[in-house]
Design a protein around this ligand. Structure first.
Ligand SMILES: NC(=O)c1ccc[n+]([C@@H]2O[C@H](COP(=O)([O-])OP(=O)(O)OC[C@H]3O[C@@H](n4cnc5c(N)ncnc54)[C@H](O)[C@@H]3O)[C@@H](O)[C@H]2O)c1
Ligand SMILES: N[C@H](C(=O)O)[C@H](O)COP(=O)(O)O
Length: 346
């Protein structure tokens, strides 16, 4: 079947098997609406997935597949699970990861990316990893975003969180607050605006994206009195991006009010300067329904808006809303991307 006709195949990584990942994946895949939109393949440990199904009372037909290609043979009723690295019971105990758990977690991401780059699957959707656990096992990347940039050989990856009424992209991602201002550059901000606008057009069906860019200081610097980043860096990036790109770009806006207007429909996305500036408003409004999307890669990647939540892992308490939304958005992005490519050919 041609790529354009097939139901989107989504490689869903289980994330840390000791976190809430297995539960939210199992719950999401038991939702008929999610299943209608895609053919999923779970990349992770079957022990953890079966345990999650049991805790939730989900009756899933779990089929372990021996090779990634076998996903194509799955029936609509089954949940194919591919396991690139076997673990034992002691490695998947909720809240108690081991070094082997960390290595397996990394192998799930590598496998999902490889499958998608090879065209076996159409998108990657990831359940949460624990960054501190991975770091203590020697993993050199701060999170998925930076690892995916490395695995796909991309120049830049942009983190965008997508909620029902707000989309937010970040200029800096997993860095200490004290380093943020020294990491802001005209080029970096311009590239973030550019990648954001292109993604809004390609994957979200927005013909002429409206992008608001935040300042970093109180009142966007108050004309230089509260900081000069707005006049010397951010304002120049907004000017350069407006000259170069076919989008409606404005700013620097005071960050304390721009999100209020954005979530009421004034903008299609807000570009924030640092992690909590952008993620705080969206998680406040949309925790359990927002999706983390990585832009700038040669593949589609979505993820949940929450972490491993060890405090509730294995108890059947984790809200699956963000995981459902992440799978669903990945499928929609596959469809919208195909639509744009096909329209470009006609
Ligand atoms: N997509 C990802 O891989 C991702 C996203 C965010 C955080 N993390 C990582 O997760 C780890 C823990 O991070 P954290 O403690 O800051 O955030 P967290 O999201 O794991 O937990 C924060 C709070 O929210 C609750 N919570 C989280 N998910 C929930 C859900 N689905 N349903 C109900 N309650 C939920 C937790 O119980 C906790 O009280 C860190 O290593 C962090 O880096 C990973
Ligand atoms: N910054 C994200 C959040 O707070 O939701 C989260 O840490 C996930 O990041 P990666 O997708 O890079 O793992």
């Amino acid at each position: 079947m041609p790529e354009s006709g097939r139901v989107p195949r989504i490689a869903i990584t289980m994330g840390d098997p000791c976190g809430v990942g297995p539960e939210v994946v199992a719950a999401a895949l038991s939702d008929p609406e999610v299943r209608r939109q895609c053919l999923p393949v779970v990349i992770g440990e079957p022990l953890a997935f079966r345990r999650a199904c049991k805790v939730l009372g989900v009756e899933a037909e779990v089929r372990e597949i021996r090779s990634p290609e076998s996903v194509a043979e799955s029936s609509i009723k089954e949940v194919p699970v591919y396991c690139p690295m076997r673990l034992e019971e002691r490695d998947v105990e909720p809240g108690k990861p081991t070094n082997r758990t960390a290595r397996a977690t990394i192998s799930y991401i590598e496998t999902a990316v490889r499958m998608t780059m090879e065209g076996i699957t159409d998108a990657v959707c990831t359940a949460p990893i624990n960054k501190a656990v991975l770091a203590s096992s020697g993993f050199p990347f701060p999170g998925h975003t930076e690892f995916l940039q490395y695995l796909t050989g991309s120049d830049k990856a942009v983190m965008m969180l997508v909620g029902p009424s707000l989309r937010v992209s970040l200029v800096t991602i997993h860095v200490p607050l004290r380093e943020v201002c020294s990491l802001l550059s005209i080029e970096g901000i311009t590239d973030t605006i550019s990648i954001t606008g292109k993604a809004l057009w390609e994957f979200f069906g927005i013909e002429s994206p409206r992008i608001a860019v935040c300042g970093v200081n109180p009142h966007a610097g108050e004309g230089g009195k509260f900081g000069r980043e707005e006049t010397e860096i951010i304002g120049r990036a907004v000017k350069r991006a407006s000259d170069m790109l076919p989008f409606q770009i404005s700013g620097p806006h005071p960050a304390d009010t721009v999100f209020f207007h954005a979530c009421r429909g004034a903008y299609d996305a807000v570009v924030a300067m640092y992690h909590d500036q952008g993620l705080l408003p969206i998680k406040l409004l949309h925790f359990h329904e927002a999706v983390n999307v990585t832009l700038g890669l040669p593949l589609i990647r979505t993820s949940v808006d929450h972490g491993t939540a060890y405090d509730i892992a294995g108890k059947g308490l984790a809200h699956p809303g963000s995981m459902k939304a992440a799978v669903s958005l990945a499928a929609k992005m596959v469809g919208q991307g195909r639509h744009r490519r096909e329209a470009g050919r006609t």
